[in-house]
Ligand binder design. Sequence first.
Ligand code: URA
Length: 238
Amino acid sequence: MRLNKYLSKCGVTSRRKADILIEEGRISINGEPVKEVGVTIDEDKDIVTFDGKKVAPEQKRYLILNKPKLFITSLSDIEDGKPTIKQFLSGIDVRVYPVGRLDYDSEGLLLLTNDGELANRIHHPSYEVKKLYFVVLSGKVPKAFDMELLEGKKLEDGFVKPDSVKILGKSEYNCTLNISFHEGKKHLVKRYLAAFDLKVLKLKRLIIGNIALGKLEKGKWRDLTKNELDGIKKLTGL
Ligand code: URA
């Protein structure tokens, strides 16, 4: 692997800036400073140092949290005077970032990782990773509601169409359903349903791609299993 690529993989800096560090003589391979941009290394054998300190690829971490409602999806201690999910993430020795946000009043499955490429792919609609939500609604519920919902609707930022809709229970003014989208637009589920004059009373994300919240307790996190990780990588072509 090229040295600049390795330095970027280790989180030292971008590839382009790594070339500058190399030219400045700040990078050594097995104790010998290198000044030649374009040099390659053997990741398994060579020891690379930056200003004398060993660099190593960042350990990738993938986990899910069951976000309770009334917490902000943010890693600051507090945001807009409201508590954040940070307090649930103790005991994780690397920095991980949420893949997409759940609203303050939404709950359920939140994936966190430091694997930027996988995060982008899960979020980007072109990879079509479906996110399934459980929703409780209030408002006048039309008759063939599921068919209507499946047709899609133009919102202010473009046409949106769910991948699936399943009505779980329905009365004249209330409805519970599962609905899935592969887009990650802000407040998508609420805005989509508001376009049908319906108000979301409860919103819980249950599934992202092949990863299900399952019985994970509120406020608890766990690492992805190998199967889950292999599955989501496969789904996103990684
Ligand atoms: N759609 C929303 O409207 N809110 C969420 O939190 C997630 C999806």
